[in-house]
Write a protein that binds this ligand. Sequence first.
Ligand code: KG4
Ligand code: ZN
Length: 370
Amino acid sequence: MTGKRRIVLGIETSCDETAAALVDEEKTILAHAMISQKEHGLWGGVVPEIAARAHLHTLDRLIARVMEESSLRPADLDGIAATAGPGLVGGLLIGLTMGKAMALAANVPFIAVHHLSAHALSARIEHACEFPYLLLLASGGHCLLAIVFSPHSFRILGQCLDDAPGETFDKTARILGQGYPGGAIIEKLARDGDPNHFTLPRPLAGRNHCDFSFSGLKSAVRRLVERRSESDLADDVFTRHIAASLQQAIGDIFLDRLHQAIRQCHDLAVPIQRLVFAGGVAANHNLRRRLKDWAKREHLRLILPSPSLCTDNAIMIAWAGIECANGEKRTKDWSIGARSRWPLPQEPQEPLGTQGTGTGTQETPSTPNR
Ligand code: KG4
Ligand code: ZN
């Protein structure tokens, strides 16, 4: 053992980032390594089989690198945490199997991490962010508003009914012939575009619930593009106006749903002083600024993880492992298999180990749902 501070190895393989990191309970990042798979660019989206093979190819090297950098041996660790879901089953199986095998060989606890819990808790790595807080989580596969009561307890106020916002950025970039992943590309293009040039829909605006819908946005972009000629499409200005208009619409949707969320917190008599914006889409500087301005007007403290902690990484997995295990051995986690779908533990708390057992895959739909 390495003295008083618990150290956990985190492993992330749920989508197209292969990552390993070592974090201690005082929030020191001892080492981290990540590879964003470039293989998917050609296809305009993540190909599950290619992703799994790429994880298989690189994960052991990344783990070896972080262990070497920190001069630690597996037996020095106080736990090994791996993402168990939701995500693409092939990739999850690789991270989980590696994590369990290492933990077994080194005789240290294994912690199965919920990917969305890790995003939700990522704000607590760099900031003092006490529970409860309101969370807007926007990523490539999810969008939700929730009250976070503890590492194990969430109250979902609203979720995505169709496409996630990151997916909308990605699909728009693809329609515009701009490559993958689309979020950062659209953000860059939007800097020189007019956010009010095109009138895109704001689905569900003003409704008195907190659910999200983004698929209408993607369809509206597709219609605009279909009406353009080849030469117009080659026109940078058109592309930049679309990017800026899309980013503006997504920001408007977030603010509209946040208004409803605050109202719901009030109705539930949960006093909310802090708002966390997390997930890959929270890396977007324009959206960060808009949420900051809004939070200021609402007298809320906005807590933003650094952009590199918003997109998928293993630091947040190691940290979630520390927070969720809280020093316990968590013997039930050994039986948790890869879960393509996995609801967040809702208040009142459901113990992790009761949601299905087995070392194989669980709840595998025909289409991946991250
Ligand atoms: O959280 P994440 O890394 O993976 C999932 O759990 O899905 O989120 C990835 C998503 C992608 O759809 C990507 O296009 C989007 O986050 N994203 C962004 C930005 N950077 C990544 N969206 C908007 N602006 C960005 N700067
Ligand atoms: Zn993610």
